[in-house]
Design a protein around this ligand. Structure first.
Ligand SMILES: *Cc1c(COP(=O)(O)O)cnc(C)c1O
Length: 394
């Protein structure tokens, strides 16, 4: 059996998979089993923040793996402590971090923290969380229910946990807050929902209102975090100080890791929350290496240069193909080209793959770009040459 046949026989078929079989990658170029090359504008859905085969990251992983991969959270874990310190330093505020293994698990931690806060800080118990329509917060039973898209919570998986409601717009949040509301959770740039960035002024106003009411602002930065928008967190870019921020995708450069960041360090106490693998030696050593690489690139202006270059290329595409795209969306290196239809979106992404370019979907009709933050101008050029070829033939 070839790999596709083995996959179809033995892996549960929960994904509509493409069967290009990649064997290795260098930077933002991937190679398949036949030696064909692909420009990677997806970075594993925003995970491979420092590209493929990054020497600093792989040597940090190998070195750590040869010493200790895992010791339980019942012991202190040096790279975990140092990664938490690094996160606090990059965020520029004194915050504490809890480590998990994924975005959804980080959001679960955020929800638990908010509920404990709501149970202990008020006269009455507050547990409700308002999220936004078109949001995406994960695939576990509670994060899928937190996701503001009805299609994500079909009756087949019911009953779900209580306490989530969905605001069509940020402006609607105010009227939805009741005596049992404890928090609002949102993505500053909705990723899966269509790469739509919220307005900075509106977000700041929401943050001010919640602070006044003593309620929590949770920002799901699983996709926007770790320099994706140009700053360490999108919250810094938006000039807000949320009560809880979650990170995951780009944090380990591809090694599974999630984290819950908060200035409220004393809400969760020993026994309240945990994770067997969360924050182990391997993932946090990878996190330290990844943040080291990205901090340097950020401080040298490299990330900003790449953002501006990528932006100019997207604008060229938009100008050249007004019959295919409505607008470009997103910020930093989290971008979208909104196609005129879902059919065109699908056609572009499928045809790009055949032409050696990896793109992603978002929402109903947006072509999403999540390149690694270390992508070079030559790789960007090469990717857009391929994209142009594809678009000419749509
Ligand atoms: C990807 C994503 C998640 C889920 O992360 P997993 O690691 O797949 O659990 C949650 N929130 C946002 C905003 C995401 O983009």
């Amino acid at each position: 059996m070839n790999t596709e046949e083995i996959d179809k026989e033995f892996v549960l078929q929960t994904y509509a998979r493409d069967y290009t079989n990649f064997t290795h990658g260098i930077g933002s170029t991937l190679y398949d089993e036949n030696g064909a090359d692909y420009i990677d504008f997806a970075s594993g859905i925003g995970v491979n923040s420092v590209g493929h085969g990054n020497e600093k990251l792989t040597s940090a992983i190998c070195e750590q793996a040869s010493k200790i991969i895992h010791i339980s959270n019942l012991q202190v874990i040096e790279p975990q402590a140092k990664l938490a310190q690094k996160i606090s330093q990059l965020y520029g505020k004194n915050i504490g971090t809890f480590f998990a293994n994924s975005g959804a698990e980080a959001n679960e931690g955020a929800i638990k923290l908010a509920r404990k806060y709501g149970d202990t800080k008020f006269d009455n118990k507050k547990y409700k969380i308002i999220t936004l329509e078109h949001s995406f917060h994960g695939r576990t039973l509670s994060t899928v229910k937190a996701t503001g898209q009805e299609s994500f919570h079909p009756s087949s998986f019911a009953p779900y946990i209580d306490g989530f409601s969905f605001a069509p717009l940020i402006a609607d949040v105010k009227d939805m807050i009741d005596d049992e509301t404890v928090a609002v959770m949102l993505e500053l740039v909705q990723g899966e929902g269509g790469v739509e960035a919220f307005d900075k002024g509106e977000v700041q106003e929401l943050a001010r209102m919640l602070k006044k009411l003593g309620l929590l602002l949770i920002v799901d930065e699983v996709q926007t975090g770790v320099f994706r928008t140009g700053e360490f967190t999108a919250s810094q870019k938006y000039g807000i100080e949320p009560d809880i921020i979650t990170l995951a995708k780009g944090l380990g450069g591809g090694v599974p890791i999630g984290s819950v960041l908060t200035p409220h360090k004393n809400i969760l106490v020993a026994g309240d929350h945990g994770s067997t693998f969360g924050g182990n030696y391997l993932s946090t050593a990878a996190g330290i290496a990844t943040l080291g690489i990205l901090e340097e690139l950020h401080n040298s202006g490299g990330i900003q240069d790449t953002i501006e270059y990528f932006d100019s290329k997207l604008n060229e595409v938009l100008e050249q193909f007004p019959e295919l795209f409505i607008k470009q969306t997103g910020i930093g290196l989290m971008r979208g080209l909104k196609a005129i239809s879902g059919e065109i979106q699908t056609k572009i992404i499928k045809s790009a793959m055949k032409n050696g370019l990896i793109l992603l979907k978002a929402g109903r009709n947006t072509v999403r770009f999540l390149p690694s933050l270390t992508i070079t101008k030559a790789e960007i050029d090469s990717g857009f040459i391929r994209l142009n070829e594809v678009l000419k033939n749509i």
